[in-house]
Write a protein that binds this ligand. Structure first.
Ligand code: ATP
Ligand code: MG
Length: 451
């Protein structure tokens, strides 16, 4: 089965293939690199599959640097002219009692058996120069039709390894492909098996998914599947918002916010959780209007706990939680308030917060005057913040025209008072009470002692 013209390979990759084949083994490029090449993209890395056992691969590359990266699964990495190439021996997987890892793997000399163990038809195509594309499951046609289809019986494939369910969703988001009906139905049916997947792998797939062009559509269509590992989604689905500001239930609003955000996975995760506590905070007044008092702080707590469970690093966690906590605050766009916000959260977070507030606002009832007015205020806040920083406005201790040394030299303050004095001065500068120049600052401190 030969398809389209030949695939262009980097010389180093071609050389590794050639060496294995000259030694009498079969060797092919496989997986994401073939898929990407068939989509007209340049692959970022090349996975290789071969009939040679890991020992045989090591013997062929005896003169090169070889690292045993996954010897148990038959993977070695060869450093070919500086570039690492992963070579995996053709294999068939044994049973999967834990719904995640095969109990054992067996090497085989059959390429077709190796391709049959792979997750989706688009990932089960092999290519070698001179041979062309080997595509026993119709992967090329599925790539042309933008379809993600399990190799073989989808229920069984997801039962073997539930991570594949998340991979299907992730690929749908990043490639913009639809998940074929039977494959999607099986993913839904087997969704609870996602509880067997490690926190780290869930986190990785969810973040890749959120970074994709189709993230919003995948969140919308497959909310029930994602809710198995992001359970805060469930109560948002169908949670009505009877207010003049809203047109959609909490989940549809949330999906629209994500769609309105740049493709930054962490920012989008904050988008997914920004209103997560609304269902729990909902009350309805005597006019039938809904209120969600205190939801930003509580949503921030829900996100914090979820990110801890998914083993996010502290820095990402703090950043996303901060954005959710502040998403509903409406500072008057005065310079003093903007400088204070910049001082509290930093410029980078300020820009992300503006993004989140912009997308949030845009997913509200745009016909309501207060919503349009708010959109204007957010725009002004963002533009003013950018202009202030570009103009070198003072909003950090480091921006002050005096240092701790100056405070020690010119005042009686010592120890922690020095930091207090600097913060006190920063505050006065941001309020435009005093000029950010050395003499006026020290004079101000002399005239207005620390409270
Ligand atoms: P990318 O690297 O762009 O994320 P990829 O398809 O190369 O996508 P990898 O995780 O690098 O994904 O895996 C390489 C190949 O291994 C896949 O294309 C697929 O053939 C196979 N594969 C990976 N994970 C699984 C899995 N959980 N079940 C079955 N096959 C898998
Ligand atoms: Mg890959």
């Amino acid at each position: 089965m030969i398809h389209r013209e030949d695939m262009r390979l980097p010389t180093s990759v071609g050389a590794v293939l050639g060496k294995l084949r000259d030694a009498g083994y079969e060797a092919y490029i496989v997986g994401g690199s073939v898929r990407d090449a068939l989509r007209g993209l340049t692959p970022h890395d090349y996975d290789m599959t071969t009939s040679a056992t890991p020992e045989e691969v090591k013997a062929v590359f005896a003169g090169d640097r070889v690292v045993e990266t996954g010897i148990k699964h038959g993977t070695v990495t060869v450093m070919a002219s500086g570039e690492p190439v992963e070579i995996t021996t053709y294999r068939v997987d044994g049973d999967y009692r834990d719904h995640r890892h095969p109990d054992s793997v067996t090497f085989t000399r059959s390429l077709e058996e190796d391709l049959a163990r792979r997750d989706f038809t688009m990932n089960a195509i092999a290519y070698a120069p001179g041979v062309g594309f080997v595509d026993p499951f119709g992967g090329c046609a599925d790539i042309d039709a933008h379809i993600i289809r399990a190799v073989g019986e989808p229920e069984r494939r997801f039962e073997e390894d539930a991570l594949r369910i998340l991979r299907a969703l992730r690929f749908s988001s990043t490639l913009g492909f639809a998940i074929e009906e039977a494959t999607a139905a099986a993913a839904y049916q087997k969704r609870d098996l996602l509880l067997n997947v490690s926190a780290e792998r869930v986190r990785e797939e969810v973040m890749k998914l959120l970074g994709g062009d189709g993230a919003g559509e995948v969140l919308r269509r497959y909310a029930d599947i994602l809710a198995v590992r992001l359970p805060e989604i469930r109560p948002m689905i169908g949670c009505a918002q009877h207010t003049p500001y809203h047109l959609f239930d909490v989940w549809e609003h949330t999906v629209r916010v994500v769609e309105g955000l740049p493709k930054d996975p962490l920012l989008r995760l904050a988008g997914v959780y920004h209103d997560a506590a609304k269902p729990a905070c909902k009350s309805t007044d005597h006019n039938g209007q809904d209120h969600f008092h205190g939801h930003p702080a509580k949503s921030a707590v829900l996100l914090d706990e979820r990110m801890a469970a998914l083993r996010f690093d502290n820095k990402s966690r703090e950043r996303a939680v901060l954005l959710v906590r502040l998403h509903d605050e409406r500072p008057k766009p005065s310079d003093a308030r903007i400088l204070r916000l910049l001082s509290d959260i930093g410029y980078e977070n300020f820009l992300l917060l503006c993004d989140l507030r912009t997308a949030d606002n845009a997913a509200h009832n745009g016909a309501y005057p207060a919503i349009r007015e708010e959109a204007k205020q957010i725009r002004e806040m963002r533009e003013r913040g950018i202009a202030l920083v570009a103009a070198g406005a003072c909003y950090r201790i480091a921006d002050l025209a005096v240092s701790g040394r100056d405070i020690t030299d010119a005042t009686p303050y010592r120890g922690h008072e020095i930091g207090d004095a600097l913060h006190y001065l920063l505050s006065a500068v941001m309020d435009s009470t005093v000029k950010n120049e050395r003499e006026p600052l020290l004079a101000y401190l002399a005239a207005h002692p620390l409270p």
